[in-house]
Ligand binder design. Sequence first.
Ligand code: GLU
Length: 393
Amino acid sequence: MTSFAPSANIADLRESATIAVSARAKALRAAGRPVIDLGAGEPDFPTPAFVLEAAHAALDAGATRYTQVEGILPLRQAIAERASAVHGNAIGAENVVVTAGTKQALFNACFSLFAAGDEVLVPTPGWTSYYQMLALARAVPVAIRGTREHDLKVTVQDLERAASPRTRGLILNSPCNPTGAVYSRRELTEIVACAERHGWWIISDEIYRAISYDGEAASLLSVVADLDRLVVVDGVAKSFAMTGWRIGWSIAPPAVARAMTALQSHTTSNAATLSQHAALAALSNAEQARQTVDGMVAEFRVRRDAALGALRAAAIDVIEPHGAFYLYIRAGDATAEDPEPGTTFARRLLEEREVAVVPGIAFGSPEWMRMSYAAPADQVMEGVRRIIAARIS
Ligand code: GLU
């Protein structure tokens, strides 16, 4: 038998809990158990027809070969144009690197900006992969906990308290996965001013920005005066129901974009050529894109309201989401006997009631758990009924 000791690079690596929960739900389903999967966040809508048509056309035209590592120029230009409209000043294709999903853009940024011993502030709860990506870069993720009164968002005071001479940056994510909380423009302006005072890098993960229920969620591009110490990442997965196409991107100062391109040239090279053409279609047809996004957001809103109403009526503590498609639910107080009530509850929910959710420990808060409402409405509501039943039984 092969004996394998993981290298020091990955000795402490944990697999992605969001992916693992979904894999477990799929395995149980395959084994004949009718599991309701409210685990991984993946829109349950099909990729829009106009995008599929463009992909077919690109395939017919022979879009099957390598592209530039950083992505085809028309796609980078389309991304840059959208970013310029938000920023107010010109952002060019040289600022953009197209990646295999937004996850790769985040990894490129973490790996290129931070190294051994650098501390990076991560508002917590935060998406599970931030902590692991920073650790892979041998940087130190510093979890900054937001308070319940503030919907678990962090304030400048929280950041200042956690800052040290080794702090090099911060990862922002608004709308937030897992809470759905949205930072106001004022809050972001204060945080940017704090980062500028300290000379920190900001990585702003804006993958959920299009899914917002109370007006537009602010992009950091519209808050900063220049791109000097900012990397914004986004992608087509959530807003165009294109998760499997794996197209994300980063917008960064040109020197950083070049460094990330060099890194990517040794890891994956270009994102899939066909997918780049599909993403170009998604970004180039403003009217159809708007209809797609509006339709999904309207449906997510109906589900959010129904699920939130039912949970609140059952006196369950839940953060009101203003964006994204998650509900963050408090499972109980951590005690010496049960330090991870969110994990205990999620396990019981899956085994006894066949509902998959993600334990909050994956996002740095063991008292909580996350359910996605990017699933058909009847399943979301059945899932909520079972959560309530499990809670009060
Ligand atoms: N980002 C989504 C989630 O949090 C998809 C799975 C993943 O990549 O984490 O569920």
